[in-house]
Write a protein that binds this ligand. Structure first.
Ligand code: G3P
Ligand code: MG
Length: 233
């Protein structure tokens, strides 16, 4: 079961920053999950479209220029990273789950991936792109069929695994409160991976292990890894 650092090691460090990502890598995370929006064709790493919760800015990301956003304090002196900076940081160290938020992300992402492949030697296999917006995933599927894609859901629709399979997804990403054995079994039977968010407690980790899920998104990669290790003994 993979440990995926949710917004980096966000339980201990400012979420979605290079610091939280570097710390998650040092803590042995198998993967990093980040949230990405497009502003002026640049992909930036932040969870909320509103700035107040995680930065010293105010208003929404769309009301400001990129240069204003780039100089904000995102906690502990960190800046809002660009996706390019994150690709540079994680390349060759672990796999990366880019969660697309907001609008107009597909074209900038395709351009950035092309650049990352040629300039960094980035492999598509290092990536898993997910979104609650399945229209975006379908566009990506058509543009780059080999890109791994994950269909996020915040509920448990009937036949969700069958739906994701039809879309050509690699994985389903589900909220922990809606997880059940039937979904996991059906997804696996169809060749899909199952990733669950957000899993921070030892009893939850044990439950996910019993269900046989492929990975958990956790805000605490170090202690989740330790608890997982204990359960596997
Ligand atoms: O990708 C898993 C999880 O991050 C989805 O929800 O709101 O935390 O981005 P959210
Ligand atoms: Mg997310």
């Amino acid at each position: 079961m993979h440990i995926i650092a949710h917004r980096g090691a966000s339980g201990e460090f400012p979420e979605n920053t290079l610091l939280a990502i570097e710390q998650a890598l040092l803590q042995g995370a198998d993967a990093i999950e980040i949230d990405v929006y497009a502003v002026d064709d640049e992909l930036i790493v932040i969870h909320d479209p509103k700035l107040e919760r995680t930065t010293n800015g105010s208003g929404t990301i769309y009301q400001h220029t990129l240069s204003y956003l780039m100089q904000l304090d995102a906690g502990q002196g960190q800046r809002i990273p660009t996706l390019w900076q994150v690709l540079q940081l994680v390349h060759g160290r672990c796999w990366l789950n880019i969660e697309l938020k907001g609008k107009n992300t597909v074209e900038p992402l395709l351009a950035l991936l092309t650049r990352a492949q040629s300039e960094l030697g980035f492999e598509l296999s290092e990536l898993l792109v997910s979104s609650f917006n399945h229209h975006l995933l379908l566009k990506l599927k058509n543009a780059v069929p080999e890109l791994r894609l994950g269909a996020l859901t915040a509920s448990l629709q009937l036949n969700y695994a069958d739906y994701a399979r039809q879309l050509g997804m690699y994985s389903v990403h589900c909220e922990i409160n809606f997880m059940d054995q039937e979904l996991v079994e059906r997804a696996h039977a169809l060749g899909l991976c199952v990733y669950v968010y957000t899993v921070d407690q030892p009893d939850e980790i044990e439950e996910m292990l019993q269900l046989g899920v492929d990975g958990i998104f956790t805000n605490y990669p170090a202690r989740s890894r330790m608890w997982l290790h204990d359960k596997l003994k």
